[in-house]
Design a protein around this ligand. Structure first.
Ligand SMILES: Cc1cc2nc3c(=O)[nH]c(=O)nc-3n(C[C@H](O)[C@H](O)[C@H](O)COP(=O)(O)O)c2cc1C
Ligand code: SF4
Length: 433
C-alpha cells in the first residue's frame, strides 16, 4: 500500500511551529516575484497548470482571470482575496494566512497585475484573528521593505476587511456586497462579480489557497505544479482532516491520495472498522459510508464523474459510535440558522427541514416528518439567490441515502442504535469547529 502523500509546497520552508514566515525569509527562499508583463503569459501558464479554485466550486483559475482581464484592462478591476473561511470544518485558509501570508499576497499582487486591478481587497473571517493579524503584519512588512515602492510592479492599493462570522459571508456576491455596502448577504446574480463587482468594477474573487499556488506557479512554472498527482487532476492541495476526536489537522497532499491514506495521517490513525462514514467537502458536501469511500481518491476530475466533490478540502471522519442522524440534525440546524434570511424557500424550507430532522434525531418524529423532508428538499433546491440551500439539502439527501435504515429506525420505531445519541442533544446547537 502506498504511503500517505505529504508534499509540502505551500508549507515548504521554515518549521511551521515558528509561525508566520517573515518577508525577508520569504524573499530569500523564493526570490522576488517575477515580472509578468501584460499578464497573458501567466494566465496561459495557469491554464496549462490546470489549477482549480480552492474555495469550493473548483473553477479553473486561468479561465476566471481571463474573464476579468478582458473586462478590467482599461476601466480597472478589483481583486478580492477570499479568506472568509466560513465552513466550520475547514481550517486550511486560516492556517495558510497565519503561516505563509506572503504567498497569498504574492498571488494577489500577480492577479492585480494580470487583470489590471487598482485595488486588492483582503477579506478575512473576523473569527480568524491570528490569520488577520498575520496578514496585516505581512502587508506592513512589504510596504516597509519596498520603501513605498509597489511590490513587484503591482500598482494596486490594499484594503483589509473582516468578514462577518456567517457561513454565507464567504459566498462571492456576499463578499462583494460587504466590500461595497458593509452588508455580507449574497446578492442576486447576474451580473456576477467578474462582470460587475466591488465599486461596480470587474472583480476577481479568488480563494487564498488558489492565490498562494499562483505565487509558486509564477516562479516554478506549470510543469512543476503538475509533477505530483496520481490521476487526471494534477498537483497538490490543502485538506482539513477531522478525526472522531474532533481535532482538525491541515495537511498538504498530492491529488489522488485516497481517503484510506488520509485516515492514517493523524497522530492517532483513524481506523476503518471504527469509522461509520466520511463527510466529504464539509457542510456543503456529502456523507459517504466508510466502506464505500475508503478507497476513494481525492482527484477532483474522477470525483466529479461520480457526482462527488472535494469542496473546500474537508475530510471529516464520523465514529462508528456516534449517531449519524444526530450529527446530520446538528448540521441541518446550523445551516438553517446561517440562511441570510432573504429568500423564502431558503428561510422557511431550511428551518422546516432542520426542525423535522431534530425531531427525528430525538426520536420524537411526527408521522410525516421523513416524507416531508424528502419533499421539502426537492422544493428548496435551486430556489435561493445563492447556493446555500442547495448545499444544505445536498448534505441532507446524502444522509438519507447513507443512513437510511437508521433514519427509518428513528422515525418508525422511535429507537436509536447508538449509545451516544441521547447524550448528544442536537439543540441548542454547538459549533462543531
Ligand atoms: C454559501 C457559500 C459560502 C462560501 N464561502 C466561501 C468561503 O468562506 N471562502 C471561499 O474562498 N469561498 C467561499 N465560497 C465560494 C465563493 O463563492 C467563490 O466561488 C470562491 O471564493 C472563488 O474562489 P476560487 O475560485 O479560488 O475557489 C462560498 C460559496 C457559497 C455558495
Ligand atoms: S439562498 Fe438563503 S443564504 Fe442565499 S441569499 Fe437567499 S436567503 Fe440568503
Amino acid at each position: 500500500m502506498s504511503q500517505p502523500s505529504l508534499l509540502p509546497r505551500l508549507f515548504a520552508g521554515p518549521a511551521l511551529r515558528g509561525g508566520s514566515e517573515p518577508y525577508a525569509a520569504h524573499v530569500e527562499r523564493l526570490g522576488r516575484l517575477p515580472a509578468i508583463g501584460s499578464g497573458t503569459g501567466l494566465i496561459r501558464e495557469l491554464d496549462a497548470s490546470g489549477l482549480l479554485g480552492r474555495g469550493g466550486a473548483g473553477f479553473p483559475v486561468g479561465r476566471k482571470w481571463r474573464s476579468v482581464a478582458e473586462r478590467g484592462i482599461g476601466p480597472g478591476a478589483v481583486v478580492l482575496v477570499n479568506g472568509a473561511e466560513g465552513e466550520p470544518l475547514s481550517h486550511k485558509d486560516r492556517a495558510l494566512l497565519l503561516l505563509r501570508p506572503h504567498l497569498v499576497l504574492d498571488g494577489a499582487e500577480l492577479a492585480a497585475e494580470a487583470v489590471g486591478a487598482d485595488e486588492i481587497v483582503l477579506y478575512v473571517g473576523e473569527r480568524h484573528e491570528a490569520a488577520a493579524q498575520s496578514l496585516e503584519r505581512a502587508v506592513a512588512e512589504r510596504a516597509k521593505a519596498e520603501h513605498g515602492r509597489r511590490h513587484a510592479g503591482s500598482r494596486a492599493g490594499i484594503r483589509l476587511l473582516l468578514a462577518p462570522d456567517r457561513y454565507v459571508a464567504g459566498e462571492e456576491s456576499a463578499a462583494v456586497h460587504f466590500a461595497n455596502d458593509a452588508d455580507a448577504r449574497p446578492i442576486v446574480t447576474p451580473p456576477r462579480p467578474y462582470e460587475r463587482g466591488v465599486g461596480g468594477l470587474p472583480t476577481l474573487v479568488q480563494n487564498v489557497e488558489s492565490l498562494a499556488y499562483v505565487a509558486l506557479i509564477a516562479r516554478h512554472g506549470s510543469s512543476w505544479y503538475r509533477e505530483p498527482g496520481r490521476g487526471e487532476t494534477r498537483g497538490t492541495t490543502l485538506v482539513t482532516v477531522t478525526g472522531p476526536d474532533g481535532r482538525p489537522l491541515v495537511h498538504e497532499i498530492e491529488l489522488g491520495t485516497t481517503i484510506a491514506e488520509i485516515a492514517r495521517l493523524s497522530e492517532t490513525p483513524v481506523l476503518q472498522d471504527e469509522t461509520q462514514a466520511v463527510l466529504l467537502g464539509g457542510y456543503f458536501g456529502r456523507w459517504l459510508g466508510a466502506g464505500e469511500t475508503w478507497d476513494t481518491a481525492l482527484d477532483p476530475a474522477a470525483m466529479k464523474a461520480s457526482g462527488l466533490s472535494i469542496g473546500a478540502g474537508v475530510v471529516s471522519f464520523l465514529s462508528a459510535r456516534t449517531c449519524p442522524v444526530v450529527a446530520t440534525a446538528r448540521i441541518a440546524d446550523y445551516m438553517a440558522r446561517q440562511s441570510a434570511a432573504q429568500c423564502g424557500p431558503c428561510v422557511f424550507g431550511l428551518r422546516s427541514i432542520a426542525e423535522a430532522m431534530i425531531r427525528i434525531a430525538r426520536v420524537e418524529a411526527r408521522r410525516d416528518d421523513l416524507s416531508n423532508l424528502e419533499r421539502w428538499a426537492a422544493q428548496v433546491r435551486n430556489r435561493g439567490a445563492c447556493r446555500h440551500p442547495d448545499g444544505a439539502v445536498g448534505l441532507l439527501s446524502s444522509a438519507l441515502e447513507t443512513f437510511g435504515s437508521e433514519v427509518s429506525r428513528h422515525q418508525r420505531d422511535r429507537g436509536c442504535s447508538f449509545v451516544e445519541a441521547r447524550t448528544m442533544a442536537p439543540v441548542p446547537l454547538r459549533r462543531v469547529a
